[in-house]
Design a protein around this ligand. Structure first.
Ligand code: NDP
Length: 237
């Protein structure tokens, strides 16, 4: 297990679910962690008190606020962009504003945050974005906007890996399958249809994803960049 003692980590979207597990993991491994939240003030404050981390409100739908937050965080060793939303349903019925908001949070914010972080990131810095197995596979209807946003992260990571590689900065996407969170509860209405296409027929845990993120941020992964890392119980197999 890598030690992150002395490392500065910013997690965008850390108050709940996968993001909270990532915050706990880095804090437990000794990093100085700041995380953002938008709506869940109480959960964020509880997590910050429990882990000795810093919670700050920043809406990922607001590009300038995201850029300012990254800038104010100073030189980061690790940036994790976890904040993401769904807009599921029939595209013919969907509110176009909801789709555009999803794109701002799931695509625009990761891009601008990654670029801003790279301006001051030291040699060997790590940029990790949480995508989805739906970036590769969409076995059900109603996922087009969400899947589009997660596929966009793949091109972003490949491109930025080339841009920042000469400075030893890696850029990777972690692509979870069904993980037990508020967004996709293990006992939710989608569980049976999801488990039917999986090799391991259950939801994963947020801690599973945090473990992969910690590995990518650690010294063993310095040669891993521009790559997608799927952790999905075989959803995409
Ligand atoms: P949750 O809905 O459980 O948690 C989402 C987190 O993102 C919360 O901390 C939330 O903070 C934050 N967030 C959402 N919108 C914003 C915003 N506008 N600004 C700042 N923070 C925001 O989701 P998960 O933990 O399940 O998902 C985390 C990531 O993993 C997402 O990118 C999601 O797409 C991806 N993912 C999840 C899967 C799953 O099955 N759970 C599968 C594949 C990918 P707050 O409540 O304060 O707004």
């Amino acid at each position: 297990m890598a030690s992150f003692q002395g490392k500065s980590v910013l997690v965008l979207g850390g108050s709940r679910g996968i993001g909270a597990a990532i915050v706990r993991r880095f804090a437990g491994d000794g990093a100085a962690v700041t995380f953002t939240y938008a709506g869940s003030k109480e959960a964020a404050e509880r997590l910050a008190a429990e882990t000795g981390t810093t919670a700050v409100v920043t809406d990922s739908a607001d590009r300038d606020a995201v850029i300012a937050r990254v800038r104010e965080s100073g030189p980061l060793d690790v940036l994790v962009v976890n904040a993401g939303v769904g807009a599921f349903g029939d595209p013919l019925e969907q509110d176009p504003d909801a789709v555009d908001r999803l794109i701002r949070i799931n695509v625009n914010a990761p891009y601008h945050a990654a670029v801003e972080a790279a301006r001051r990131m030291p040699e060997g810095g790590r940029i990790i974005v949480i995508g989805s197995v739906n970036g590769d596979r969409i076995p059900f209807p109603g996922l087009a906007a969400y899947a589009m946003s997660k596929s966009a992260l793949q091109g972003m990571a490949r491109g930025l890996a080339r841009d920042f590689g000469p400075r030893g900065i890696t850029v990777n996407v972690v692509q979870p399958g069904p993980i037990d969170t508020d967004l996709n509860p293990a006992d939710g209405p989608m569980k049976d249809i999801q488990h039917a296409v999986m090799a391991i027929k259950r939801h994963g845990r947020p801690e599973d994803v945090a473990g992969m993120v910690a590995w990518l941020a650690g010294p063993e992964a310095g040669f891993v960049t521009g790559a997608m890392h799927t952790i999905d119980g075989g959803f995409g197999a």
